[in-house]
Design a protein. Structure first.
Length: 162
């Protein structure tokens, strides 16, 4: 395994379990999750990560600690024509995760929602040596959320903070 290969056996423990049923023998320093899905809430990230906060030490760090999903109307003839070829309305109401190369942006991106997994039950001391920055995992030109018969697509991206 990678842990053995890197010599991390004494520093890292990976638990493969349903977090709703697992009881931690001790609190963790860092909770890392990849439950965001393609829009920041469709893999039960809010529910699971909020419930997992019980595993963190009082000064523990959740990665990501917060994220914001944005949506933007655009038009993209290639995707519209591909969807139109299916000849049913259901394909116009389906989320598409595609890389959009040629699009016309009809309006600026708008925030849809933000979620935070920062512990609020106590004051967290400043964490020394931990960088604070934002990661743009999904940029507006990369994915389309939905489309309709007017050829309006809603590309989105998620801005995450550590």
């Amino acid at each position: 395994s990678l842990i053995k290969l890197e010599g991390w056996e004494s520093m890292v423990t990976i638990i493969s379990s349903d977090m709703r049923c697992w009881d931690a023998p001790e609190k963790a320093d860092i909770l890392v999750s990849e439950l965001l899905g393609s829009f920041g809430d469709n893999e039960l990230s809010p529910e699971c990560l909020d419930g997992a906060q019980r595993f963190l030490k009082p000064d523990g760090i959740s990665i990501p600690s917060s994220y914001t999903s944005f949506i933007q109307p655009v038009t993209a003839s290639k995707l519209h024509n591909d969807i139109k070829a299916h000849k049913d309305i259901a394909h116009f109401e389906t989320a598409y995760v595609v890389k959009l190369h040629r699009v016309a942006r009809l309006a600026p991106p708008q925030e849809v929602f933000s979620l935070s997994h920062i512990q609020t039950s106590h004051q967290r001391p400043p964490t020394k040596g931990i960088p604070s920055y934002s990661l743009n995992y999904h940029k507006t030109q990369d994915h389309a959320l939905c489309t309709d018969s007017l050829d309006i697509l809603m590309p989105y991206y998620i801005k995450m903070s550590i």
